[in-house]
Design a protein around this ligand. Sequence first.
Ligand code: NAD
Length: 259
Amino acid sequence: MDFGLKGKVALVTAASKGMGKACAMSFAAEGARVAICARTESDVKTVADEIRTKTGAEVLAMRADVTNAADVRAFVGRTVETFGGVDILVANAGGPPRGGLDEMTDEQWHAAFDVTVVSVVRLIREVVPSMRRRGWGRILTIQSVSVKQPVDGLLLSNATRPGVAGLMKTLVPELGRDNITFNVVCPGRIMTDRFLGGAKQAGLPVDDYVAKSATDVPLRRIGTPEEFANVVVFLASERASYVTGVTIQVDGGVVRGIL
Ligand code: NAD
């Protein structure tokens, strides 16, 4: 299937590893030009080189922290300057920390809202003018199955991520006339550094943690970043032109709710 992504400009944040990196690599493999950022310049430049070598794509790499308004503005500005505009946004960030009600301070609540919700608002605000001019846009965000079903021990994620789904759904009619779509993609358990970091917290050897984590996944395994990126690429493509306002999980069946 031709996804119609050749020459499109895909901006992916938090892309020095994990799902952000996998999305950037998959867009590049489809012939898109990609702009990636993360907080450490050397990491993001190394990933850019890897993408160029593997796909031959044009890649813009920049240091930017999505919780910093000036960084977000500079990153989107450089992308527009370099590639002439933005067609696709994948708003991604590191997730808020684990912990329950008694462990979280007001500062941590504010920080969680900032990294999860406000970062997405800022990115959308920055890319929309370019998408409007082009009369075409795909806005996606990587959240979590916590949008559909609370995850034990992740109070901050459970409380803030559903707000992003509300934000995206609200913007669907407002920007639909500009041919801009909004969709939320929710990982369940995906094999990234963040997921594997759970082994230490659980006090288990990595292999035991992976095996244990897969037992209650209906597909009986942890997903790969590439399997996650496949869904993002489809939703960003020309082929998904009539899909907007959905929140889809990529979770091997973990969410038990019907919708
Ligand atoms: P990861 O740790 O593998 O990668 C995170 C990336 O985000 C890194 O490149 C890091 O440098 C970058 N980053 C973090 N904070 C940033 C910031 N403020 N500004 C710019 N870049 C920043 O993580 P991942 O597993 O790919 O997770 C991506 C998102 O999906 C996170 O929000 C995570 O909480 C969420 N999630 C992951 C899983 C999973 O199983 N892996 C499950 C549910 C939700």
